[in-house]
Design a protein around this ligand. Structure first.
Ligand SMILES: [Zn+2]
Length: 394
């Protein structure tokens, strides 16, 4: 633990925040692919301290260093290869189009990645889209482009205020931003007097705490938002929060808001009591220790019995699992259905990423499923290969 554990909250700037857990020695950047094991294991590592703000309910890394980040084109975060995630994204897009009457509208997506979600929104409602992402690679998206979509390989900023939008969507981006207050103030200024609705989706910090979902903790996520801190951030930036809800088995947190017309401070805050999570915060460090100890032991027992395991899922959760547990170095392979990842190596721990078909030959005794939501589709695809491992969720 740090000698001085107090910190300034990155959402409400309260001085009351305190570090409540520290995750040691994980790779700085999670979703980078490495062609060789040597490159993978040579990456720089860092500790992740997490602080809790009792005033707005925010969880954040007070020692986050933006200069360590390099979101180059090697950054691989597309989850669209999983049928389960694909179904979720499609139902979300349909729901947004329906509830917000997105037909023939202008939509901006901040952090649009490879553009899959924006394309869905545009196709479903015949909308026009502009996607902003510094990691966008022209021509990499598989589906046919419509002429109604433009991708700009840049961070969204006030430079683009002239690009008006009826709807701004931003998914899994805000948690990466060092100064979310400046960012939301900027978004609010770009909207000006327009009637733009905004939709943001982030990992749900309360889920991480309550489910001890420690594999979700990665250095890139300098903020772990809760419904309290997310609402606080938007209201502070001059938005009226119209809805907050969780999705994807409570793992994600969605917020919808529109520019507030009344003078600042006049809005009522309905999400203002973070006290109910104080106990979850207080218990988390112990639960974290217990969970990592259990998993280390589980792996040690498996090796002692001469068994071999693979993990399924080489996204953030899988990478964190393999890097947080020293005993995970007995695992040789990580399965991923994304062909862009296969043949590459897990950052930090160095496991080779293999396609599911490899399991027919490798015959693992156990498949460790990193996201329980994918268990059914994974079990089915492994059993179709005639392999009968046990399936573990962690
Ligand atoms: Zn705060």
């Amino acid at each position: 633990m740090h000698a001085s554990s107090s910190a300034t909250c990155t959402v409400c700037h309260s001085q009351e925040s305190e570090i409540f857990v520290e995750v040691p020695n994980v790779p700085v950047l999670c979703n980078i692919l490495w062609p060789t094991r040597e490159e993978a294991v040579a990456v720089s590592r860092v500790d992740i301290p997490l602080a809790f703000c009792p005033d707005c309910g925010h969880i954040f890394n007070p020692e986050f260093d933006l200069s360590l980040m390099d979101y180059s084109q090697a950054y691989e975060n597309s989850l669209h290869f999983s049928p389960r995630f694909q179904r979720y994204a499609e139902s979300l897009a349909r729901d947004l189009v329906k509830r917000h009457d997105l037909h023939g509208k202008d939509i901006i997506e901040i952090g649009s990645g490879k553009g899959d979600f924006l394309e869905m929104l545009c196709e479903l409602g015949d909308n026009r889209g502009i996607g902003f992402d510094p990691s966008y690679v022209p021509g990499e998206t598989e589906r046919a482009k419509t002429s109604q979509i433009e991708f700009i390989q840049d961070f969204y900023s006030e430079t683009y205020t002239d690009r008006s939008a009826d709807f701004i969507v931003c998914r899994h981006t805000l948690e990466h931003i060092e100064d979310p207050v400046s960012f939301m103030d900027m978004v609010r200024r770009t909207i000006g007097d327009r009637e733009t609705t905004v939709f943001f989706e982030v990992p749900n910090g309360l889920y991480t705490l309550r489910e001890t979902a420690i594999w979700d903790i990665i250095y890139e996520h300098c903020s772990l938002f809760t419904k309290y801190s997310l609402a606080h951030l938007f209201e502070q930036a001059g938005f009226e929060v119209t809805d907050i809800h969780t999705t994807f088995g409570d793992q994600y947190l969605c917020i919808e808001a529109r520019p507030r017309r009344e003078p600042a401070g006049a809005a009522a805050n309905h999400w203002d009591d973070p006290n109910e999570m104080a106990e979850d915060v207080a218990r988390f460090a112990l639960r974290y220790q217990q969970k990592t100890a259990e998993q280390r032991q589980m792996l040690a027992d498996m090796y002692a019995a001469g068994q071999k395991a693979v993990i399924w899922g080489s996204g953030s959760k899988g990478i964190t699992f393999l890097n947080m547990l020293e005993t995970a170095n007995g695992i040789e392979y990580a399965v991923d259905i994304n062909p862009r990842k296969q043949g590459m190596h897990i950052t930090g721990s160095g496991q080779r990423i293999i396609p599911p078909t490899f399991l027919a030959e490798y015959k693992p005794n156990a498949v460790i499923v990193m996201n329980p939501l994918y268990l059914d589709e994974i079990r089915q695809s492994v059993q179709e290969m005639g392999v009968e491992p046990i399936f573990l969720t962690v």
